[in-house]
Design a binder for this molecule. Structure first.
Ligand SMILES: C[S@@+](CC[C@H](N)C(=O)[O-])C[C@H]1O[C@@H](n2cnc3c(N)ncnc32)[C@H](O)[C@@H]1O
Length: 479
Protein backbone atom coordinates (compact mmCIF):
# COMPACT_ATOMS: atom_id res chain seq x y z
CA UNK A 1 0.00 0.00 0.00
CA UNK A 2 1.48 3.26 -1.02
CA UNK A 3 1.62 5.91 1.63
CA UNK A 4 2.64 8.87 -0.45
CA UNK A 5 1.52 12.17 0.91
CA UNK A 6 0.69 14.62 -1.85
CA UNK A 7 0.90 17.64 0.32
CA UNK A 8 0.22 21.01 -1.20
CA UNK A 9 -0.95 24.25 0.34
CA UNK A 10 -4.56 23.72 -0.61
CA UNK A 11 -4.78 20.44 1.23
CA UNK A 12 -4.68 21.80 4.74
CA UNK A 13 -8.06 23.32 5.17
CA UNK A 14 -10.00 20.11 4.56
CA UNK A 15 -9.97 18.73 8.01
CA UNK A 16 -9.54 15.00 7.93
CA UNK A 17 -9.09 13.44 11.32
CA UNK A 18 -6.91 10.73 9.76
CA UNK A 19 -3.24 10.98 9.05
CA UNK A 20 -2.39 12.00 5.51
CA UNK A 21 -0.65 8.68 5.10
CA UNK A 22 -3.83 6.74 5.69
CA UNK A 23 -4.99 4.66 2.80
CA UNK A 24 -7.63 6.09 0.45
CA UNK A 25 -10.26 3.79 1.77
CA UNK A 26 -9.66 4.89 5.33
CA UNK A 27 -9.98 8.48 4.23
CA UNK A 28 -13.36 8.01 2.71
CA UNK A 29 -15.11 5.47 4.83
CA UNK A 30 -17.17 6.04 7.86
CA UNK A 31 -19.76 3.96 9.58
CA UNK A 32 -21.98 7.07 9.77
CA UNK A 33 -25.00 6.75 7.57
CA UNK A 34 -26.07 10.06 6.15
CA UNK A 35 -29.78 10.56 5.76
CA UNK A 36 -30.03 13.54 3.49
CA UNK A 37 -33.40 12.50 2.21
CA UNK A 38 -36.73 14.01 2.96
CA UNK A 39 -39.46 12.14 4.75
CA UNK A 40 -41.52 12.26 1.61
CA UNK A 41 -41.31 9.50 -0.91
CA UNK A 42 -41.86 9.84 -4.61
CA UNK A 43 -45.29 8.39 -5.29
CA UNK A 44 -45.13 4.79 -6.33
CA UNK A 45 -48.03 2.60 -7.23
CA UNK A 46 -48.80 2.22 -3.55
CA UNK A 47 -51.46 4.56 -2.31
CA UNK A 48 -49.52 5.37 0.84
CA UNK A 49 -46.64 6.69 -1.21
CA UNK A 50 -49.01 8.68 -3.35
CA UNK A 51 -50.57 10.27 -0.30
CA UNK A 52 -47.27 11.29 1.22
CA UNK A 53 -46.01 12.82 -2.01
CA UNK A 54 -49.18 14.75 -2.50
CA UNK A 55 -48.89 16.26 0.91
CA UNK A 56 -45.28 17.14 0.29
CA UNK A 57 -46.29 19.04 -2.75
CA UNK A 58 -49.42 20.61 -1.45
CA UNK A 59 -47.98 24.13 -1.15
CA UNK A 60 -47.22 24.28 -4.84
CA UNK A 61 -50.71 24.48 -6.31
CA UNK A 62 -51.45 27.26 -3.82
CA UNK A 63 -48.45 29.23 -5.02
CA UNK A 64 -49.32 32.37 -6.99
CA UNK A 65 -46.92 31.19 -9.67
CA UNK A 66 -49.44 28.52 -10.59
CA UNK A 67 -51.97 31.13 -11.64
CA UNK A 68 -53.01 30.43 -15.17
CA UNK A 69 -52.73 33.23 -17.70
CA UNK A 70 -56.45 33.66 -17.50
CA UNK A 71 -56.39 34.01 -13.74
CA UNK A 72 -53.60 36.55 -13.88
CA UNK A 73 -55.42 38.55 -16.52
CA UNK A 74 -58.48 38.81 -14.33
CA UNK A 75 -56.54 41.17 -12.07
CA UNK A 76 -55.72 43.66 -14.82
CA UNK A 77 -59.26 45.07 -15.32
CA UNK A 78 -59.42 45.52 -11.58
CA UNK A 79 -56.68 48.19 -11.59
CA UNK A 80 -57.83 49.70 -14.86
CA UNK A 81 -61.30 49.97 -13.45
CA UNK A 82 -60.01 51.82 -10.43
CA UNK A 83 -57.98 54.23 -12.57
CA UNK A 84 -60.91 54.88 -14.90
CA UNK A 85 -63.12 55.63 -11.97
CA UNK A 86 -60.62 58.08 -10.53
CA UNK A 87 -59.98 59.82 -13.85
CA UNK A 88 -63.67 60.16 -14.52
CA UNK A 89 -63.88 61.92 -11.17
CA UNK A 90 -61.06 64.32 -12.21
CA UNK A 91 -63.27 65.44 -15.02
CA UNK A 92 -65.56 66.98 -12.44
CA UNK A 93 -62.72 68.94 -10.84
CA UNK A 94 -62.68 72.48 -12.11
CA UNK A 95 -59.13 73.63 -11.17
CA UNK A 96 -56.47 72.47 -13.72
CA UNK A 97 -53.71 72.64 -11.02
CA UNK A 98 -55.66 70.50 -8.61
CA UNK A 99 -56.50 68.14 -11.44
CA UNK A 100 -52.82 67.85 -12.39
CA UNK A 101 -51.79 67.20 -8.77
CA UNK A 102 -54.45 64.55 -8.38
CA UNK A 103 -53.34 62.98 -11.63
CA UNK A 104 -49.75 62.81 -10.38
CA UNK A 105 -50.85 61.32 -7.05
CA UNK A 106 -52.85 58.66 -8.85
CA UNK A 107 -49.99 57.88 -11.24
CA UNK A 108 -47.63 57.42 -8.28
CA UNK A 109 -50.25 55.35 -6.47
CA UNK A 110 -50.82 53.30 -9.61
CA UNK A 111 -47.11 52.57 -10.06
CA UNK A 112 -46.75 51.62 -6.42
CA UNK A 113 -49.73 49.34 -6.62
CA UNK A 114 -48.37 47.80 -9.82
CA UNK A 115 -45.08 47.04 -8.05
CA UNK A 116 -46.86 45.37 -5.17
CA UNK A 117 -49.07 43.30 -7.42
CA UNK A 118 -46.64 42.71 -10.24
CA UNK A 119 -46.20 38.99 -9.51
CA UNK A 120 -49.83 38.22 -9.86
CA UNK A 121 -50.13 40.67 -12.73
CA UNK A 122 -47.72 39.20 -15.19
CA UNK A 123 -48.32 36.04 -17.12
CA UNK A 124 -45.87 33.70 -15.44
CA UNK A 125 -43.18 32.44 -17.75
CA UNK A 126 -42.55 28.73 -17.33
CA UNK A 127 -38.84 29.12 -16.63
CA UNK A 128 -38.83 32.58 -15.12
CA UNK A 129 -36.52 32.34 -12.10
CA UNK A 130 -38.19 35.31 -10.42
CA UNK A 131 -41.60 33.70 -10.48
CA UNK A 132 -39.89 30.56 -9.21
CA UNK A 133 -38.88 32.43 -6.09
CA UNK A 134 -42.46 32.35 -4.90
CA UNK A 135 -42.17 28.56 -4.80
CA UNK A 136 -39.96 29.02 -1.80
CA UNK A 137 -42.06 31.51 0.10
CA UNK A 138 -41.42 35.21 0.60
CA UNK A 139 -37.81 34.99 1.69
CA UNK A 140 -36.93 31.97 -0.37
CA UNK A 141 -36.29 29.70 2.59
CA UNK A 142 -38.79 27.00 2.00
CA UNK A 143 -37.73 24.87 -0.96
CA UNK A 144 -38.60 21.23 -1.33
CA UNK A 145 -35.38 19.30 -1.83
CA UNK A 146 -35.95 15.58 -1.86
CA UNK A 147 -39.72 15.90 -1.66
CA UNK A 148 -40.17 13.52 -4.60
CA UNK A 149 -37.74 10.98 -3.19
CA UNK A 150 -34.09 10.54 -4.07
CA UNK A 151 -33.27 6.98 -5.14
CA UNK A 152 -29.85 5.79 -4.10
CA UNK A 153 -27.84 2.60 -4.35
CA UNK A 154 -27.49 0.45 -1.25
CA UNK A 155 -23.97 -0.50 -0.32
CA UNK A 156 -22.90 -3.86 1.08
CA UNK A 157 -22.35 -2.72 4.64
CA UNK A 158 -24.10 0.64 4.74
CA UNK A 159 -20.86 2.60 4.76
CA UNK A 160 -20.68 6.14 3.55
CA UNK A 161 -18.07 8.83 3.11
CA UNK A 162 -16.06 10.38 5.87
CA UNK A 163 -16.47 14.01 4.87
CA UNK A 164 -19.17 16.18 6.39
CA UNK A 165 -21.19 19.17 5.20
CA UNK A 166 -18.75 21.39 7.05
CA UNK A 167 -15.91 19.93 4.99
CA UNK A 168 -17.91 20.64 1.86
CA UNK A 169 -18.53 24.25 2.91
CA UNK A 170 -14.83 24.75 3.69
CA UNK A 171 -14.03 23.20 0.34
CA UNK A 172 -16.41 25.58 -1.45
CA UNK A 173 -14.74 28.58 0.13
CA UNK A 174 -11.42 27.42 -1.26
CA UNK A 175 -12.66 26.28 -4.63
CA UNK A 176 -14.59 29.38 -5.74
CA UNK A 177 -11.48 31.54 -6.34
CA UNK A 178 -9.85 28.60 -8.16
CA UNK A 179 -12.90 28.14 -10.37
CA UNK A 180 -12.94 31.85 -11.18
CA UNK A 181 -9.57 31.55 -12.95
CA UNK A 182 -10.51 28.47 -15.01
CA UNK A 183 -9.12 28.63 -18.53
CA UNK A 184 -12.35 27.48 -20.21
CA UNK A 185 -15.00 29.96 -19.13
CA UNK A 186 -17.74 28.64 -21.37
CA UNK A 187 -17.79 24.88 -20.92
CA UNK A 188 -21.09 24.13 -22.59
CA UNK A 189 -21.44 20.32 -22.96
CA UNK A 190 -18.91 19.89 -20.15
CA UNK A 191 -19.02 20.32 -16.38
CA UNK A 192 -20.47 23.37 -14.69
CA UNK A 193 -19.69 24.60 -11.19
CA UNK A 194 -21.37 21.89 -9.05
CA UNK A 195 -19.59 18.93 -10.62
CA UNK A 196 -16.28 20.78 -11.01
CA UNK A 197 -16.38 21.36 -7.28
CA UNK A 198 -17.39 17.74 -6.58
CA UNK A 199 -14.55 16.30 -8.66
CA UNK A 200 -12.00 18.69 -7.16
CA UNK A 201 -13.18 17.94 -3.62
CA UNK A 202 -13.17 14.15 -4.04
CA UNK A 203 -9.77 14.05 -5.77
CA UNK A 204 -8.27 16.29 -3.11
CA UNK A 205 -9.72 14.26 -0.27
CA UNK A 206 -8.63 10.89 -1.65
CA UNK A 207 -5.15 11.99 -2.75
CA UNK A 208 -4.73 9.18 -5.28
CA UNK A 209 -1.40 8.11 -6.77
CA UNK A 210 -2.74 8.51 -10.29
CA UNK A 211 -5.97 9.84 -11.82
CA UNK A 212 -7.64 8.41 -14.90
CA UNK A 213 -10.30 10.31 -16.79
CA UNK A 214 -12.45 9.01 -19.60
CA UNK A 215 -14.05 11.84 -21.61
CA UNK A 216 -12.06 15.08 -21.59
CA UNK A 217 -13.65 17.24 -24.31
CA UNK A 218 -11.73 20.57 -24.19
CA UNK A 219 -9.91 19.61 -21.00
CA UNK A 220 -11.87 21.38 -18.27
CA UNK A 221 -12.13 18.28 -16.08
CA UNK A 222 -8.40 17.59 -16.60
CA UNK A 223 -7.76 21.13 -15.34
CA UNK A 224 -10.01 20.49 -12.30
CA UNK A 225 -8.10 17.29 -11.45
CA UNK A 226 -4.85 19.21 -11.79
CA UNK A 227 -6.03 21.91 -9.38
CA UNK A 228 -6.86 19.20 -6.83
CA UNK A 229 -3.57 17.34 -7.20
CA UNK A 230 -0.81 19.53 -8.67
CA UNK A 231 1.84 16.80 -8.96
CA UNK A 232 -0.13 13.65 -9.58
CA UNK A 233 0.01 12.01 -13.02
CA UNK A 234 -3.17 11.89 -15.07
CA UNK A 235 -4.18 9.54 -17.88
CA UNK A 236 -6.83 11.04 -20.10
CA UNK A 237 -8.80 8.95 -22.57
CA UNK A 238 -10.77 10.89 -25.14
CA UNK A 239 -11.25 10.37 -28.87
CA UNK A 240 -10.33 13.93 -29.86
CA UNK A 241 -7.21 15.42 -28.30
CA UNK A 242 -8.04 18.62 -26.32
CA UNK A 243 -5.22 20.43 -28.21
CA UNK A 244 -7.43 20.26 -31.31
CA UNK A 245 -9.88 22.63 -29.62
CA UNK A 246 -7.12 25.19 -29.04
CA UNK A 247 -7.42 26.28 -32.66
CA UNK A 248 -10.96 27.47 -32.04
CA UNK A 249 -10.71 28.88 -28.52
CA UNK A 250 -9.78 28.09 -24.94
CA UNK A 251 -8.83 24.49 -24.09
CA UNK A 252 -6.54 22.89 -21.51
CA UNK A 253 -3.66 20.53 -22.23
CA UNK A 254 -1.82 19.19 -19.21
CA UNK A 255 1.93 18.65 -19.12
CA UNK A 256 1.86 15.74 -16.68
CA UNK A 257 -0.94 13.90 -18.49
CA UNK A 258 -0.73 10.96 -20.88
CA UNK A 259 -3.40 11.31 -23.53
CA UNK A 260 -4.94 8.24 -25.10
CA UNK A 261 -6.44 10.45 -27.76
CA UNK A 262 -6.58 10.89 -31.52
CA UNK A 263 -4.70 8.01 -33.14
CA UNK A 264 -3.71 6.75 -29.66
CA UNK A 265 -7.31 6.53 -28.47
CA UNK A 266 -8.24 3.23 -26.81
CA UNK A 267 -11.55 2.79 -25.03
CA UNK A 268 -11.27 2.43 -21.23
CA UNK A 269 -12.56 -1.15 -21.45
CA UNK A 270 -9.82 -2.17 -23.88
CA UNK A 271 -6.83 -0.69 -22.07
CA UNK A 272 -4.38 -3.17 -20.53
CA UNK A 273 -4.37 -1.40 -17.17
CA UNK A 274 -1.96 -3.80 -15.54
CA UNK A 275 0.66 -2.90 -18.13
CA UNK A 276 -0.12 0.82 -18.35
CA UNK A 277 -0.02 1.39 -14.60
CA UNK A 278 2.97 -0.86 -13.99
CA UNK A 279 4.90 1.27 -16.50
CA UNK A 280 4.13 4.24 -14.25
CA UNK A 281 5.16 2.49 -11.06
CA UNK A 282 1.59 1.93 -9.82
CA UNK A 283 0.81 -1.51 -8.45
CA UNK A 284 -1.90 -0.68 -5.91
CA UNK A 285 -5.09 -0.14 -7.88
CA UNK A 286 -6.92 0.93 -4.74
CA UNK A 287 -4.94 4.16 -4.87
CA UNK A 288 -6.23 5.11 -8.30
CA UNK A 289 -9.14 7.47 -8.93
CA UNK A 290 -11.13 6.86 -12.11
CA UNK A 291 -13.40 9.61 -13.40
CA UNK A 292 -15.95 8.87 -16.12
CA UNK A 293 -17.53 11.60 -18.20
CA UNK A 294 -17.78 9.65 -21.44
CA UNK A 295 -21.54 9.03 -21.60
CA UNK A 296 -21.21 5.27 -21.68
CA UNK A 297 -23.51 2.78 -19.97
CA UNK A 298 -22.37 3.02 -16.34
CA UNK A 299 -23.11 -0.66 -15.70
CA UNK A 300 -20.66 -1.52 -18.48
CA UNK A 301 -18.05 0.86 -17.03
CA UNK A 302 -18.60 -0.52 -13.54
CA UNK A 303 -17.95 -4.09 -14.71
CA UNK A 304 -14.83 -3.01 -16.62
CA UNK A 305 -13.47 -1.06 -13.64
CA UNK A 306 -14.16 -3.96 -11.27
CA UNK A 307 -12.44 -6.43 -13.60
CA UNK A 308 -9.39 -4.17 -13.82
CA UNK A 309 -9.27 -3.93 -10.01
CA UNK A 310 -10.13 -0.24 -9.55
CA UNK A 311 -11.92 0.76 -6.36
CA UNK A 312 -12.61 4.50 -6.50
CA UNK A 313 -14.86 5.77 -9.26
CA UNK A 314 -16.65 9.03 -10.02
CA UNK A 315 -19.42 9.23 -12.60
CA UNK A 316 -20.18 12.74 -13.79
CA UNK A 317 -23.61 12.29 -15.34
CA UNK A 318 -25.66 10.20 -12.97
CA UNK A 319 -28.93 10.81 -14.79
CA UNK A 320 -32.28 10.38 -13.16
CA UNK A 321 -34.78 7.86 -14.51
CA UNK A 322 -36.32 8.97 -17.79
CA UNK A 323 -33.47 11.32 -18.69
CA UNK A 324 -30.05 11.17 -20.30
CA UNK A 325 -28.16 9.34 -22.99
CA UNK A 326 -26.76 6.44 -20.97
CA UNK A 327 -27.85 3.98 -18.30
CA UNK A 328 -26.74 5.47 -14.96
CA UNK A 329 -26.29 4.34 -11.37
CA UNK A 330 -29.25 6.48 -10.31
CA UNK A 331 -31.40 4.77 -12.95
CA UNK A 332 -30.17 1.30 -12.01
CA UNK A 333 -30.98 1.82 -8.35
CA UNK A 334 -34.42 3.28 -9.04
CA UNK A 335 -36.34 0.30 -7.66
CA UNK A 336 -39.63 -0.05 -5.79
CA UNK A 337 -37.89 -1.02 -2.58
CA UNK A 338 -35.86 2.24 -2.50
CA UNK A 339 -37.28 5.55 -1.27
CA UNK A 340 -38.30 7.60 -4.29
CA UNK A 341 -37.87 4.56 -6.52
CA UNK A 342 -40.34 2.69 -8.70
CA UNK A 343 -42.91 4.59 -10.71
CA UNK A 344 -46.42 4.49 -12.01
CA UNK A 345 -47.29 4.97 -15.66
CA UNK A 346 -50.98 5.46 -14.91
CA UNK A 347 -51.87 8.77 -16.58
CA UNK A 348 -54.71 9.55 -14.20
CA UNK A 349 -52.61 9.26 -11.05
CA UNK A 350 -51.25 11.65 -8.47
CA UNK A 351 -47.75 10.91 -9.73
CA UNK A 352 -48.72 11.94 -13.27
CA UNK A 353 -50.33 15.16 -12.00
CA UNK A 354 -47.37 16.04 -9.80
CA UNK A 355 -44.96 15.32 -12.63
CA UNK A 356 -46.75 17.58 -15.08
CA UNK A 357 -46.75 20.40 -12.51
CA UNK A 358 -43.05 19.99 -11.76
CA UNK A 359 -42.33 19.98 -15.50
CA UNK A 360 -43.64 23.54 -15.73
CA UNK A 361 -40.98 24.71 -13.31
CA UNK A 362 -37.94 22.57 -13.94
CA UNK A 363 -36.64 21.89 -17.42
CA UNK A 364 -35.22 18.46 -16.53
CA UNK A 365 -38.29 17.23 -14.70
CA UNK A 366 -40.01 14.47 -16.66
CA UNK A 367 -43.71 14.03 -17.08
CA UNK A 368 -45.36 10.64 -17.35
CA UNK A 369 -45.39 10.69 -21.16
CA UNK A 370 -41.62 11.17 -21.18
CA UNK A 371 -41.08 8.70 -18.36
CA UNK A 372 -42.98 5.76 -19.78
CA UNK A 373 -42.38 3.75 -22.92
CA UNK A 374 -44.37 0.88 -24.44
CA UNK A 375 -45.91 -1.57 -21.98
CA UNK A 376 -45.59 0.93 -19.13
CA UNK A 377 -41.82 0.58 -19.03
CA UNK A 378 -40.52 3.40 -16.83
CA UNK A 379 -37.00 2.07 -15.94
CA UNK A 380 -33.84 3.44 -17.59
CA UNK A 381 -35.30 5.73 -20.20
CA UNK A 382 -38.71 4.35 -21.23
CA UNK A 383 -37.45 0.81 -20.69
CA UNK A 384 -34.21 1.35 -22.62
CA UNK A 385 -30.71 0.78 -21.34
CA UNK A 386 -28.89 3.52 -23.23
CA UNK A 387 -25.22 3.56 -24.12
CA UNK A 388 -22.65 5.68 -25.94
CA UNK A 389 -24.46 9.03 -26.15
CA UNK A 390 -27.68 7.12 -26.94
CA UNK A 391 -26.18 5.72 -30.13
CA UNK A 392 -26.89 2.25 -28.76
CA UNK A 393 -29.99 1.32 -26.87
CA UNK A 394 -31.21 -2.02 -25.66
CA UNK A 395 -34.74 -2.64 -24.48
CA UNK A 396 -34.57 -4.42 -21.15
CA UNK A 397 -37.29 -6.08 -19.08
CA UNK A 398 -38.05 -5.02 -15.54
CA UNK A 399 -36.54 -8.34 -14.43
CA UNK A 400 -33.22 -7.47 -16.09
CA UNK A 401 -33.32 -3.97 -14.64
CA UNK A 402 -33.92 -5.48 -11.20
CA UNK A 403 -31.04 -7.94 -11.61
CA UNK A 404 -28.76 -5.05 -12.60
CA UNK A 405 -29.49 -3.30 -9.31
CA UNK A 406 -28.82 -6.51 -7.37
CA UNK A 407 -25.46 -6.84 -9.09
CA UNK A 408 -24.57 -3.22 -8.34
CA UNK A 409 -25.52 -3.66 -4.70
CA UNK A 410 -23.31 -6.74 -4.51
CA UNK A 411 -20.18 -4.77 -5.43
CA UNK A 412 -20.87 -1.40 -3.79
CA UNK A 413 -19.01 -0.37 -0.67
CA UNK A 414 -19.95 3.31 -0.87
CA UNK A 415 -22.47 5.29 -2.92
CA UNK A 416 -22.38 9.06 -2.40
CA UNK A 417 -24.22 11.58 -4.55
CA UNK A 418 -22.75 15.05 -4.55
CA UNK A 419 -25.40 17.47 -3.24
CA UNK A 420 -26.17 20.54 -5.35
CA UNK A 421 -24.10 23.56 -4.30
CA UNK A 422 -26.99 25.78 -3.28
CA UNK A 423 -30.75 26.11 -3.44
CA UNK A 424 -32.39 27.56 -6.55
CA UNK A 425 -33.51 30.75 -4.84
CA UNK A 426 -29.76 31.49 -4.52
CA UNK A 427 -28.35 30.07 -7.75
CA UNK A 428 -31.43 30.76 -9.90
CA UNK A 429 -30.87 27.43 -11.60
CA UNK A 430 -33.86 26.37 -13.65
CA UNK A 431 -33.01 22.88 -14.85
CA UNK A 432 -32.84 20.09 -12.27
CA UNK A 433 -35.85 19.46 -10.06
CA UNK A 434 -34.86 19.92 -6.39
CA UNK A 435 -37.60 17.45 -5.49
CA UNK A 436 -35.32 14.69 -6.85
CA UNK A 437 -32.07 15.97 -5.34
CA UNK A 438 -30.52 15.70 -1.88
CA UNK A 439 -30.50 18.92 0.20
CA UNK A 440 -27.94 21.42 -1.08
CA UNK A 441 -24.71 22.33 0.65
CA UNK A 442 -25.92 25.93 1.02
CA UNK A 443 -29.62 25.86 1.71
CA UNK A 444 -32.18 28.29 0.34
CA UNK A 445 -32.40 31.39 2.48
CA UNK A 446 -28.72 31.34 3.48
CA UNK A 447 -27.76 34.20 1.22
CA UNK A 448 -25.07 35.51 3.55
CA UNK A 449 -23.26 32.19 3.48
CA UNK A 450 -23.72 32.04 -0.30
CA UNK A 451 -22.14 35.49 -0.48
CA UNK A 452 -19.38 34.72 2.01
CA UNK A 453 -18.32 31.72 -0.06
CA UNK A 454 -18.10 33.98 -3.11
CA UNK A 455 -20.79 32.03 -4.94
CA UNK A 456 -22.70 35.22 -5.74
CA UNK A 457 -19.79 36.28 -7.98
CA UNK A 458 -20.36 33.39 -10.41
CA UNK A 459 -22.60 33.64 -13.46
CA UNK A 460 -25.94 31.93 -12.98
CA UNK A 461 -25.48 29.61 -15.96
CA UNK A 462 -22.68 27.69 -14.20
CA UNK A 463 -25.23 26.25 -11.75
CA UNK A 464 -27.42 24.72 -14.43
CA UNK A 465 -25.50 21.50 -15.03
CA UNK A 466 -26.16 19.45 -11.91
CA UNK A 467 -26.90 15.78 -12.68
CA UNK A 468 -26.19 14.02 -9.36
CA UNK A 469 -22.47 13.31 -9.82
CA UNK A 470 -21.70 10.16 -7.85
CA UNK A 471 -18.67 8.77 -6.04
CA UNK A 472 -18.49 4.98 -5.69
CA UNK A 473 -16.27 2.58 -3.91
CA UNK A 474 -16.45 -0.96 -5.24
CA UNK A 475 -15.09 -4.41 -4.51
CA UNK A 476 -15.70 -7.97 -5.68
CA UNK A 477 -19.00 -9.49 -4.48
CA UNK A 478 -18.79 -11.43 -1.25
CA UNK A 479 -19.44 -15.11 -1.67
C1 LIG B 1 -19.31 15.60 -21.92
S1 LIG B 1 -17.82 15.52 -22.71
C2 LIG B 1 -16.65 15.58 -21.42
C3 LIG B 1 -16.58 16.89 -20.74
C4 LIG B 1 -15.39 17.11 -19.84
N1 LIG B 1 -15.22 16.07 -18.87
C5 LIG B 1 -15.52 18.45 -19.17
O1 LIG B 1 -16.01 18.51 -18.06
O2 LIG B 1 -15.20 19.45 -19.77
C6 LIG B 1 -17.76 13.87 -23.22
C7 LIG B 1 -16.47 13.51 -23.91
O3 LIG B 1 -16.42 12.09 -24.04
C8 LIG B 1 -15.75 11.80 -25.24
N2 LIG B 1 -15.97 10.38 -25.60
C9 LIG B 1 -16.82 9.84 -26.49
N3 LIG B 1 -16.70 8.50 -26.48
C10 LIG B 1 -15.74 8.20 -25.58
C11 LIG B 1 -15.16 6.99 -25.12
N4 LIG B 1 -15.55 5.79 -25.56
N5 LIG B 1 -14.19 7.07 -24.20
C12 LIG B 1 -13.79 8.25 -23.70
N6 LIG B 1 -14.31 9.42 -24.09
C13 LIG B 1 -15.28 9.40 -25.02
C14 LIG B 1 -16.33 12.81 -26.19
O4 LIG B 1 -15.53 12.93 -27.33
C15 LIG B 1 -16.32 14.05 -25.31
O5 LIG B 1 -15.10 14.72 -25.42
Amino acid sequence: MSTRNHSHPASHSLSSPKSPTAIMMDRTLSSRRSQPYSDFDFPSSSSAAVASSSSALSPIPRSPTFLSDDESKTKKPHLYLLATNYISRFGLVKSPCLCLSLCLIFIVFGLFSLMLNSRSFVCVSTYDPISRVSLFGLDGVDSDFGSLGVPWCRSKHGKTVEWTSKDLINGLEEFVPIYEIRPIKNNMYGMGFDHSFGLWFIARWLKPDIMIESGAFKGHSTWVLRQAMPDTPIISITPRHPEKYLKKGPAYVDENCTYFAGKDFVDFGSVNWEKVLKARGISDFSRVLVFFDDHQNELKRLKQALKAGFRHLVFEDNYDTGTGDHYSLRQICDQFYIRGGGHSCFRDSDEARIRSKRKKFWEKAVDTDELCGPHEAWWGVRGEMRDNFNHNKTIISYGEHFQNSRFVESILDVYWELPPTAGPSLTHQTRYDPGRAPPPIVEDGRYRLFQRLGLDRLERSVFNGYTQMVYLQISEPES
